[in-house]
Design a protein. Structure first.
Length: 75
């Protein structure tokens, strides 16, 4: 049975388009970049619906707006 961390790691590689390949650490994105790109992905998926995006992220809409400002994203 795989541990939860292995599932997350496998998903992360898939999300980054690495498909299980290992790349040098210096070209992997930062956690902030991954968070930003995930929010952008969800906004595209929900047609820029902040309420739906916040529900998917399981955070209040106000927190999502703070994150959008932090990452200089417009909505």
């Amino acid at each position: 049975m795989k541990k939860e961390g292995q599932k997350i790691s496998k998903y992360l590689y898939y999300y980054l388009g690495l498909n299980g390949k290992h790349f040098p650490k210096n070209i992997l994105p930062t956690l902030d970049r991954i968070k930003k790109e995930y929010i952008v992905y969800l906004l595209e998926l929900t047609n820029n619906n902040l309420i739906e995006t916040a529900e998917i992220l399981n955070i209040p809409c106000a927190t999502l707006k703070k994150k959008l400002n932090k990452y200089s994203l417009t909505y």
